[in-house]
Write a protein that binds this ligand. Structure first.
Ligand code: COA
Length: 147
């Protein structure tokens, strides 16, 4: 059974490993650990017992939240875990009086774009050449809700 928790120190090294596996420009373990002490940050993990299945991270400033990253381990994909992580994140952000969640996604990342469309995100912009390794445009997507 998959369970969802706020990230704590015991999760950091597995989150960093999954981050490295999934992204060409990953957050370091130290940067992820520093999110635990950041009052603006909200990171959640999906756990299968002791095994990390996925995570999502966000920061909120003045009622507006940004999703920093989301990833699900290849062994756990297409089971609704990313969807549950985003839904749990939105519930947590509402409790923090946030009213929207914005993110960047690679223009070619079809699985992630399909996920965000399913969850009601809309494109609000495009950042030309935003990503490196390889260089690529970022779609800016946002979901807003009433508190
Ligand atoms: C994108 C990612 C987080 C999706 O995780 P997931 O747990 O497999 O996604 P879910 O099972 O919750 O999928 C929910 C919906 O997203 C869409 N989706 C997810 N993966 C998809 C895929 N490979 N192809 C098409 N649609 C997909 C579908 O609409 C799916 O609903 P459905 O299964 O009812 O059709 C995962 O593929 C991943 O970690 N990718 C690498 C990291 C990454 O790209 N992160 C996004 C950075 S912006």
């Amino acid at each position: 059974m998959i369970e969802y928790f706020p990230m704590n120190e015991s999760h950091v090294s597995s989150v960093a490993q999954l981050e490295k596996l999934c992204f060409s420009d990953p957050w370091s373990e130290r940067s992820i650990a520093s999110e635990l002490a950041n009052p603006l940050s909200c990171w959640l993990v999906a756990m299968d017992g002791d095994q990390l299945a996925g995570y999502v991270g966000s920061q909120t400033v003045l009622g507006e939240s940004d999703m920093m990253n989301i990833a699900v381990s290849p062994d756990y994909r297409r089971r609704g875990i990313a969807q549950s992580l985003v839904e749990a994140l939105v519930a947590s952000l509402k409790a923090l009086d946030s009213h929207c969640l914005t993110l960047e996604v690679r223009d070619s990342n079809e699985p992630a774009i399909a996920l965000y469309e399913k969850l009601g995100f809309s494109q609000v912009g495009l950042r030309k050449g935003y990503y490196r390794n390889p260089k690529e445009d970022a779609r800016i997507l946002r979901k807003e809700w009433t508190l």
